[in-house]
Structures are given as structure tokens and as C-alpha cells.
Design a protein around this ligand. Structure first.
Ligand code: 2HG
Ligand code: ZN
Length: 483
């Protein structure tokens, strides 16, 4: 057996140190956290362990390390790729370590433009807490009501505002984490510059819990929004969308914070499945873009003038401007509900590929053609973060098919094909959701051996016993491969 189950002695030690709220083996307590939120993977764990402080978290890891017990860290359980589900090599024997009790905002400093938040703080609560101090944490995504700081860091989450402020990787100023041997990385100082060699926090960002347990972070803040302008724009082509983006940046500069692409069939799915939505434009355009520009009171006028000009030049077809916050929210709802609308419509093989931004319009066209040729009847749909060169190139089951049967039989081949296309185009098979357990096979197959060797060397150096999140991200050890 590669990973031992925790002994009664180990569980007793943990229970004694963490108290009744910190450890449970009751199947009813564990059940909600054993299935990923897309409901595609269910695992099993020996216990749900919930440290409430750094010291408790360090104790848990040290105690597990002493016996070689696996740890699967979990935040809001909103991974798109099964990254926090205790399935795989240590299934049934791992400690599922929930960070949800570590939910303090330790400090908000307007002077440092920084907040220190514990790993279990939910993104929406973080937004609210810093707004109270006249600041903004500039990362947002549809799962903001569940996703936690620790999970956002561990997946290097992106979302809909990456264009201006970058993903988590560019927003973490400092990190506190427990290494796999139970020792602590104390790195919360809100430093903008630190040249002491390797940037260890960057190793932990995007590591999907395989190199340590993130317990708290110092995150960068920006000024609160004074005024925002939101518009929905209809376009004839994805190439026009890219031209429009660069044209808007020429005129509005960094004020352009979001530039989200929605194809006609994506908007149709939302209008069909999501209550209280309505078409923003009189006519259905092949492509749509949602733009948000942020600035002073003049930003709405500047965006409007730029868009009228784009329409006059033929780059844009039509545009609807939000004239109130309620209208802005209604436009955002059209974009943010796309994932849910797609799910309500049926099964899809889902992807978060990226290619260089300028290549994305051609990639979407050529990849759609290649997918349909190879998997006749399937319905590719690409939407999302065009400005980042990252779209959700999802492939829906053939119309009228038994989509569950199709998914079981075909989705993995479709995904491998799409991941291969993105890699061949000089891009990446994952630009947003990470690898987790769902995409590990393709990641291993498509990663250049030198890169993989370096990653495995880092893993072996920091977690020689392989206790941190086995089965996520990295290839299984030979001893753990299914026979
Ligand atoms: C989004 O951009 C999310 O809406 C989800 O990353 C994407 O459901 C998806 O494919
Ligand atoms: Zn996305």
C-alpha cells in the first residue's frame, strides 16, 4: 500500500490538538466535500481535518508527514479540474484538509495597498472587506461566492479582470505556508521588491497544493472604482474583436479592465436557460464582446466616443451601453452565466486553452473545423478572456445525442485533441483552471520532458514522500499507477 491510512493514534493526536471542530470522520460531515462541484469525480478520505490557525495547520502537516499520510488540501471545492477531490492514489486514506476555518482578514493597509487574508477567506468576502477600507482586490470570477484565497493562489486563478492586473501570480505580495515537513514559510511582509534568490511564493502559486499548504497571503490592492462603464458590443468576426480591443486600448489605455468574448450561440444559450435575461442588442451578431472600462466620471463618455467611432469604421456592428449599475450587472450576468447555461443545455468537454492573443481568432476557426472533422456532429463553442489569449474552447455533444453516453465515450479523446491543438499552436492546454486530476494525463503527455523533469525535481526536493495532494497535477509515481 503506497500511502498508509492514519492510525487511531494519529487521529487521536489530531483530535486532541484541533478539538471537536477540527476533525471528523463522520461520513455525513465528509460527504459534501468528497465530490467536485462539476459532480464528475467522487473520492474518499479517512478524515476531514480543519485547522483554525497557522499553528494547527503546521501540526496537521507535521503529524501526517511523520507517518507518511497523504494530505489533500481543499478551499471552496470549486475546482474545475478535480484538484481538491481526494480521489486517486491515497483514496480513502488521505486527510482532507479543509482551510475553511482559517477565514480571518488579518489586516487591511491602505498605506501598503495590501490585505493579509487567511486561506479560507471567500473571494466575495475579501472584496467586501477591502471595499470597507476604500480599496479593491482586482480579481473576480463567477465562483466568487465559494472560491477561497488559498484555492485561488494554489490554482493561480484568473477570471475576468486579468487584462489589467494579471492573475493571482501578479497579485500575491507575500505568502505564509506550511512545507510538506511541517515547517513554516513566514513570508507575509508586503514587500514590492525582494531579491533574496528564488521566489518561493511563486513556486507555491499554481502548485495545486502539491508543494505545501497555503495558510495566508498578503494580496495587492488597488484604488476602489470611482466610475465604471460597461458596454455590450456586437461584432461580425473574432478578428474584429481583437482589432476593437487594441483600438480601445489606444484610446483608453489601462482603463480597459475586461474584454470578454461571447459567440452568438453562447448568448443564445444564456437567453434560453437563465431566467431574467434579455438580448442586449436588437440584432443577433456572430460575436459579442463585453467591455468594462474603469476610471473617473469621464470614462463612460470616452468609451462611448471610442465605440461610436469603431461602429463608424465598421470594426464594431452595434453597441449597448449600461446607463446604470443595474444595467451593468445585467450585462455581466449574460457573460457570467454562460458556464451555467452551457451546463443546463447538456454535457460538454471543457477547456481553458490559451494561444498568443493575436493568433486566437484564427485558432478558434481552425480548431473548430478540425474538431468537427475529427468528431462529426460535435458543437465547439469558444468564449471568455480574449484579451488574455485564453478562451474556453468547449466542445458540446452532438445535438439530439445521449449527451451523458457521448461524454463517457468521447470527452477524453476530444479533450486530448483540443489540448494537442493548443500546444501545437504555441499555446497551453491550461491557462486558467489548472491541471488537477482531470487533465493530468494530457499534461504529462504534452509537456516537454525537460520541463517535466524540472517540476519533478522540485517536487522531490520539497516533498520527497509525495504526501501533498497525490494524484493532482503531476504524474503518478510508478507504484501508484493503476495496475
Ligand atoms: C469562465 O470563464 C469560467 O466563465 C468557466 O472560467 C469556464 O465553464 C467554463 O468552461
Ligand atoms: Zn474563465
Amino acid at each position: 500500500m503506497a500511502y498508509p491510512a492514519p492510525s487511531a493514534r494519529c487521529l487521536a493526536d489530531l483530535a486532541e490538538r484541533l478539538g471537536p471542530a477540527g476533525l471528523t470522520t463522520d461520513p455525513a460531515d465528509l460527504a459534501p466535500w468528497l465530490t467536485d462541484w462539476r459532480r464528475r469525480l467522487t473520492g474518499a478520505a479517512a478524515a476531514l481535518v480543519s485547522p483554525a490557525t497557522l499553528e494547527e495547520a503546521a501540526f496537521v502537516v507535521a503529524r501526517a508527514a511523520a507517518d507518511g499520510i497523504a494530505i489533500v488540501p481543499q478551499g471552496g471545492n470549486s475546482s474545475m479540474v478535480g484538484g481538491a477531490t481526494p480521489a486517486g492514489p491515497a483514496e480513502g486514506r488521505a486527510l482532507l484538509v479543509s482551510m475553511r476555518r482559517m477565514r480571518a482578514i488579518r489586516s487591511v493597509s491602505a498605506g501598503d495597498n495590501a490585505v493579509v487574508a487567511e486561506a479560507g477567506v471567500v473571494l466575495a468576502d475579501l472584496h467586501a472587506a477591502v471595499a470597507g477600507a476604500g480599496r479593491r482586490f482586482p480579481l473576480s470570477l463567477a465562483a466568487k461566492g465559494n472560491a477561497t484565497v488559498g484555492g485561488l493562489i494554489s490554482t493561480n486563478a484568473g477570471g475576468t479582470q486579468v487584462l489589467r492586473f494579471g492573475p493571482m501570480r501578479s497579485l500575491v505580495l507575500g505568502l505564509e505556508a506550511v512545507w510538506p515537513d511541517g515547517s513554516v514559510l513566514h513570508g507575509l511582509a508586503p514587500l514590492r521588491k525582494d531579491n533574496r534568490g528564488y521566489d518561493l511564493k511563486q513556486l507555491l502559486i499554481g502548485a495545486e497544493g502539491t508543494l505545501g499548504l497555503v495558510t495566508a497571503a498578503t494580496l495587492r490592492l488597488v484604488p476602489a472604482i470611482e466610475s465604471r462603464a460597461v458596454a455590450w458590443i456586437g461584432l461580425r468576426s473574432a478578428h474584429d474583436a481583437l482589432t476593437l480591443l487594441r483600438g480601445l486600448e489606444d484610446r483608453l489605455g489601462e482603463a480597459v479592465e475586461s474584454f470578454e468574448l461571447v459567440p452568438a450561440e453562447g448568448l443564445a444559450l444564456v437567453l434560453r436557460h437563465i431566467p431574467d435575461t434579455r438580448a442586449p442588442l436588437g440584432e443577433a451578431w456572430p460575436w459579442n464582446v463585453l467591455v468594462e472600462a474603469v476610471g473617473d466620471g469621464a470614462v463612460a463618455d470616452r468609451l462611448q466616443v471610442a465605440l461610436i467611432d469603431a461602429i463608424a469604421r465598421g470594426t464594431a456592428g452595434d453597441a449597448a451601453f449600461a446607463s446604470s449599475e443595474a444595467q451593468a450587472d445585467a450585462l455581466w450576468k449574460l457573460r457570467e452565466s454562460l458556464s451555467e447555461a452551457e451546463a443546463r443545455d447538456g454535457m460538454a468537454a471543457k477547456h481553458d486553452v490559451a494561444v498568443p492573443v493575436a493568433a486566437m481568432p484564427d485558432f478558434m476557426a481552425s480548431a473548430s473545423q478540425a474538431v468537427v472533422e475529427r468528431f462529426p456532429g460535435t458543437r465547439p463553442i469558444a468564449f471568455g478572456h480574449l484579451g488574455d489569449g485564453n478562451v474556453h474552447f468547449n466542445v458540446r455533444a452532438p445535438a439530439g445525442s445521449d449527451d451523458r453516453a457521448w461524454f463517457a465515450a468521447q470527452a477524453s479523446a476530444v479533450s486530448s485533441f483540443v489540448h494537442g491543438l493548443a500546444t501545437e499552436a504555441g499555446g497551453t492546454m491550461s491557462a486558467e483552471h489548472g491541471i488537477g486530476r482531470f487533465k493530468r494525463g494530457d499534461f504529462v503527455a504534452l509537456t516537454d520532458p525537460a520541463r517535466m523533469r524540472a517540476m519533478l525535481a522540485i517536487k522531490a526536493a520539497l516533498d520527497p514522500a509525495g504526501i501533498m495532494n497525490p494524484g493532482a497535477l503531476l504524474p503518478l509515481a510508478e507504484k501508484d499507477e493503476p495496475q
